[in-house]
Ligand binder design. Sequence first.
Ligand SMILES: Cc1cc2nc3c(=O)[nH]c(=O)nc-3n(C[C@H](O)[C@H](O)[C@H](O)COP(=O)(O)OP(=O)(O)OC[C@H]3O[C@@H](n4cnc5c(N)ncnc54)[C@H](O)[C@@H]3O)c2cc1C
Length: 442
Amino acid sequence: MLAAKFAARAAAARRPGARLSSTVAGPSSYRLVVIGGGAAGLAVSSTLSEKLGANEVAVIEPSAVHYQQPLFTFVGGGLKSFADTHRPTADVIAPGAKWIRQAAAAIDPAQNTVTLADGARVSYEYLVVAAGIELDFAGIKGLEAAIGRDGVASNYSPKYVQKTFEFLQNVRSGNALFTMPATPIKCAGAPQKIAYLADELFREKDVRHRVNLSYYTALGKIFAIDKYADAMNSVAQSRGIDVNLFHDLVEVDGPAKKATFQILGSGPRAGESVTVPYEFLHVTPPMKPYDFIKRSPIANAAGFVDVNQYTLQHSRFPNVYAIGDCSSLPTSKTAAAAAAQAKVLKHNLLRQIRGSVGPAASYDGYTSCPLVTGKHKLVLAEFSGYTGKPHETFFFNQANEHAFSYWLTADVLPEVYWNSMLKGTWSGPAAIRRVANPVSSD
Ligand SMILES: Cc1cc2nc3c(=O)[nH]c(=O)nc-3n(C[C@H](O)[C@H](O)[C@H](O)COP(=O)(O)OP(=O)(O)OC[C@H]3O[C@@H](n4cnc5c(N)ncnc54)[C@H](O)[C@@H]3O)c2cc1C
């Protein structure tokens, strides 16, 4: 039934002159407004537009294209095609939801309104903020001028992800550098995943003995959770990848092909800077909350939407919720986390609408980071960002590189994303875990 509605909506969107992406001309009002039609926004709006009825839910989303970002790592490593990563927004947005194809520019929670980029206002009874996190390429001196040319690429942007594989293939010798910034980022494992794929590619091309691979992270550990940090240190060591902690990329000199790092921490070299020549540079840009959120009363001091970490409800405005990368939830920002959060948010929002009958649902900080280490090899980190403890779905030790984990991540989860998560029916592997690994720390 739902699939048929999606198909009909997609067909209508493709008809000449179709205008499903509407611009709001005058004041308009919805029961629920969702800001952002990314992984989290669609997981929430699909279900809630079904439950609340046609045109009761509006999704404010400026992009005509929806990207499945977890696939970007595979594209950068040459293991998937870029075409696999994206679909028209018209094909993935719920049929019963109104798509407002604009950016939100301001939020006024006292008046229950969102102002759009063209100045029109949309009012709501309930608001879900799911706008993601902004890439800040300008935050590193020289990076905007350098990226996309002469060996500088980033899997983090659809604009540059194909450059990663293109440039990696051209490397014959010299230094290949991979960076991780000091700010909160989405998928904190992705900055190092591409280093392992590059190592494998260089070995296949028989140039590895002439290329030095170095991972530079601004943080003091290779991964936040000890169990997986130990695993990744072993992987890096066995591959001959040099790991530099407390090194924050501050400048890229594109013409000279040099990267400058500032040394952080409290060690003897803290405060110094070091400049390294490169043949290839993979940059994970700093990231920051969007300005329209940061400036609004719903932000916390850091600029993220200030929500209760268990209920996802705003700490001061009870008809406002947030989910995913834009939220203040103190866990690792991933699509896997957003899937688990979506179930909790939908339950609690519907409960509030229905008069707060029955118990509220609680989010436990679950997140997952599939650390691909090569073709058919992957360390499947699953943990709670709240407890810092692993929370694994399967009975085997997921810190070991495994072909099954690779298959699951590369072949199964992308289908789950398109066919279930975006339709609101995938909320993470908790049900599978209860069968496959009943002794996992629940
Ligand atoms: C290279 C890479 C690898 C990754 N690997 C993994 C992985 O292996 N596993 C995993 O679980 N996660 C992974 N992630 C992270 C995952 O993609 C994100 O955590 C997830 O997409 C977060 O969902 P979101 O809806 O919060 O944000 P997004 O999916 O980024 O969606 C935000 C949406 O808001 C829209 N928006 C922005 N500004 C406005 C505005 N002003 N008004 C309205 N809408 C706006 C955007 O256009 C976008 O559609 C990876 C990400 C990258 C980049």
